[in-house]
Design a protein. Structure first.
Length: 275
């Protein structure tokens, strides 16, 4: 009991004797859903290819025979539906809202699948956006999934905080790129997860290099990477270094992302399977 409580004041209280225990903010999963593992994909800043890595990991797990879903929690900048070529409207029934299936069977829920105009901007304040993400967990009928990947907006604002508090996250993958800010943005994402006791599986560096189409040489378009040193300082693993590949962008733009075989994520996939 806290210092303000007495045996008399606690009588009949549902939390009697538990005042000093940390309060859980976890939201209940939709009753018609069963999700074994929840993986968050985060970044300290935008423009590093977080959604690309989310889709790449999800696609790899589908190819490995797992049942996979993607929650597009980047409410104001959703890109997952476009990448997979899926469109709304998502249908609701007595069990909840049904996610839309991609061609490879990946179940997807995004704000774009609930809007009449996919190109309309989402001009909402933080609490409304955070509430929508909670509804993606409590009101969407995901069914049976081995893995649910959560594509979060960049930074450390309302939505990442809501996801970390409301969903039973089993681990996060931090996505970054080789610019000079790499150390700062990785550390911001890592420190947020660490403060909230969320396991960090490791970091993936996107746009790490460009392969010359003539000689095959690796060209460091954004300069030398410092990701190995940063990961060492934080005590986390580098789970992959992905190239800047025009074919990847083309597949995403054409809505056939599931056809890609993105190389360089073996360590990340092994880490996720081992959870």
């Amino acid at each position: 009991m806290s210092d303000q409580c007495s045996s008399g004041s606690c009588a009949g209280c549902e939390s009697a004797g538990n005042c000093d225990k940390p309060q859980s903010f976890l939201e209940p999963l939709n009753q018609f859903s069963e999700i074994k593992k929840v993986i968050g994909v985060v970044s300290g800043k935008g423009g590093v290819g977080k959604s690309f890595v989310t889709g790449s990991l999800a696609s790899a797990m589908v190819k490995a025979g797992y049942k996979v879903g993607i929650m597009d929690a980047d409410i104001t900048g959703p890109s997952i539906p476009k990448m997979y070529g899926v469109h709304g409207p998502a249908i609701g029934d007595e069990f909840g809202v049904q996610p839309v299936k991609a061609n490879d069977g990946t179940k997807i829920m995004s704000i774009n699948l609930l809007m009449e105009d996919e190109e309309a901007p989402v001009i909402w304040r933080g609490p409304v956006i955070a509430g929508t993400v909670k509804q993606f967990w409590t009101e969407v009928t995901w069914g049976e999934l081995d893995y649910l990947f959560v594509d979060m907006p960049p930074g450390t604002g309302d939505v990442p905080l809501t996801v970390f508090q409301s969903l039973p996250i089993d681990g996060i993958v931090i996505v970054t790129s080789p610019q000079d800010l790499v150390s700062l943005i990785v550390k911001k994402a890592y420190n947020m997860a660490d403060k909230m006791n969320i396991p960090v599986l490791g970091v993936v560096e996107n746009y790490s290099y460009l392969v010359c189409p003539d000689c095959g040489k690796h060209i460091n378009v954004f300069g030398e990477s410092g990701i190995d040193q940063t990961a060492k300082e934080l005590g986390i693993d580098v789970l992959g270094k992905l190239p800047l590949n025009p074919e990847y962008a083309k597949a995403a733009d054409e809505g056939c992302f599931e056809t890609l075989d993105v190389e360089g994520l073996d360590a990340a996939i092994d880490k996720i399977k081992a959870l």
